[in-house]
Design a binder for this molecule. Structure first.
Ligand code: FAD
Length: 505
């Protein structure tokens, strides 16, 4: 082994990011490396981050986590998408349901092209009626993919994610990681020692006098970025001129009724409110712009709109949307909130943790820190963050709301050129092209653009090759299949009761 070989990996922080990283590294790297994790109970974690997107199932399957055990131990529920209320206009509602395709494609034509023409003729329902997850979610239906139906059935490939208790999730992954040899140290990092020549992090000193040396440091210390920012001064690119919310208040409340298999995101006068149902409670929060509403007003608004009795006082959180200038700098890789935060609207932060870890594995350095690997990592992470950023900006910008200064600002702001191009193309004739390997699929963009009131002026000319009767028959046939499938699905609560009911906390 060369002298520069990486032997000791030190993870600073034991929130969701720290323990997700520890779990994967311990699973994949085995005993060839020493993996240490330092966290401080006195500092604590952000403790929110309870909604996910379907990619988390790949993460869990890499760890060979048993789904029912995982859902039970995290008080989890299932998530088919996000319901957006009051975004395009006050009173509007639409679902962004997960899944790889809307209805069924017709040869080269995406389904939504046929839908546009049928809809213009008044012969189609809302687009959500043709997407299994979007139709099932508001009806409170859920099941995992069936293996006793034809592969072409929508029931054979159901896209879903989870809601879970973030604290229990970190605990779950901690047990997993410690079983696989990760050494956990409780303590506060008081000082970071840098190599005077290379500027690399050499060691961290804890407040109890212990020094922990390492070769590769993973900064999972949260918003402050203890290593990536405070020690290495990497710099931050803010997105707050496009994503203006900079504060949140989070509060749990009692459950009323069965958990919905979707997150609810309700636009309010200066931001939006989330509702995430778990088995033992419901998580809520108001994400808002402090330039447009006071903290007291935001708290009053949040509490006024809870489904059940509040179980705590609202907990304040502050952030600046954006990303680090470099995600990997010298021998420090920032993962989690230390790397940036685009805001929780589509629950993408845990996905970004996941993609940071997977990219690190694929670019893992052999001996020393090659700049080529570092540059590649940074290029990919910047791409990921900016595509997600643009998707979120779409939700704020594509609005007809003019009832508050916040919404007027969002509607009137200039937006990144690439996003403008996507909107212009879709408005022209419903065309959409996915940008490289961006995370959100065509169907996500299409549902959100239509849901926010962007109506295509035209459609693909090949749709005209179908007669009006054929088109109507095709669209209504897809609708019927999706609706029959949803009828056959069990209620979300019944599915949980049967497979993964959690013990009372
Ligand atoms: P943290 O949870 O802040 O953990 C930081 C860790 O570093 C802690 O263990 C702390 O003790 C340790 N630490 C810090 N300083 C020191 C020190 N000096 N010494 C020792 N240890 C130290 N994501 C989603 O995917 N879905 C969502 O629905 C979602 N909702 C969110 C809502 C809000 C309002 C916010 C703010 C975020 C949300 N997120 C969401 C993001 C999600 O919460 C985070 O991505 C996730 O919790 C990871 O946080 P983290 O581990 O990076 O940081």
């Amino acid at each position: 082994m060369s002298e520069d070989a990486i032997r000791t990996i030190v993870i600073v922080g034991g929130g969701t990011a720290g323990w997700m990283t520890a779990a994967v590294l311990s699973k994949v790297l085995g005993s060839a490396y020493t993996i240490r994790l330092v966290e401080s109970e006195a500092i604590g974690t952000v403790g929110v981050g309870e909604g996910t997107i379907p990619h988390i199932r790949l993460f869990n399957s890499l760890l060979q986590i048993d789904e029912t055990d995982f859902v039970r131990k995290t008080q989890g529920t299932f998530k088919l998408g996000v319901q957006f209320n009051n975004w395009g206009r006050v009173g509007d509602t639409y679902m962004h349901g997960f899944g790889n395709g809307i209805g069924q494609n017709l040869g080269l034509l995406p389904f939504h092209q046929c839908w546009i023409k049928a809809s213009r003729a008044g012969k189609a329902d809302d687009i959500g009626s043709y997407v299994l997850s979007s139709l099932a979610a508001p009806r409170g239906k859920f099941m995992v993919s069936a293996n006793d139906v034809p592969q072409t059935s929508p029931l054979a490939n159901i896209a879903y994610a989870y809601h879970f208790d973030a604290g229990l999730y970190a605990r779950y992954l901690r047990a997993y990681s410690e079983q696989r040899g990760v050494q956990r140290t409780e303590g506060i990092v008081a000082r970071v020692a840098l190599d005077p020549e290379s500027g690399h992090v050499e060691a961290i000193d804890l407040d109890n006098g212990e020094t922990i040396r390492g070769d590769l440091f993973i900064d999972c210390s949260g918003f402050r970025g203890l290593l990536i920012e405070e020690a290495l001064k990497t710099g931050y690119v803010a997105f707050n001129h496009w994503l203006p919310c900079d504060r949140a208040l989070a509060v749990p409340c009692e459950n009323v009724g069965p958990p919905t298999p979707y997150t609810r995101a309700t636009a309010r006068e200066a931001g939006w409110q989330w509702r995430i149902p778990l088995q033992h409670r419901t998580g809520n929060g108001y994400v808002y712009s402090s330039a447009h509403i006071s903290d007291d007003e935001a708290a009053a608004t949040l509490l006024k709109h809870l489904d059940g009795r509040a179980l705590d006082d609202p907990r304040p959180l502050r952030f600046v949307t954006g990303r680090r200038k470099q995600f990997w700098n010298k021998n420090v890789v920032a993962i989690g909130l230390s790397s940036g935060f685009v805001e929780p609207l589509e629950a993408t932060s845990i996905y970004s943790i996941q993609s940071g870890i997977m990219r690190l594995l694929s670019l893992f350095p052999r001996d020393g820190f090659s700049q080529a690997l570092i540059d590649r990592y940074n290029t990919q992470m910047v791409f990921d963050f900016e595509r997600i950023r643009d998707f979120l900006i779409l939700h704020y910008h594509a609005t007809q709301r003019d009832d508050t200064a916040f919404w007027r600002q969002c509607r009137d702001m200039s937006i990144p050129r690439e996003l403008q191009d996507v909107i212009t193309l879709f408005r022209d004739s419903g065309r959409f092209y996915r940008n490289g390997e961006e995370m959100f699929a065509e169907m996500s963009w299409v549902q959100v653009m239509l849901g926010q009131g962007i109506v295509p002026r035209s459609y693909h000319p090949f749709v005209d090759q179908l007669s009006d009767e054929e088109l109507e028959g095709f669209v209504s046939g897809v609708g019927r299949i999706v609706s029959n499938c949803v009828d056959a699905m069990p209620a979300h609560q019944a599915f949980i009761d049967r497979h993964c009911r959690a013990a009372a906390p």
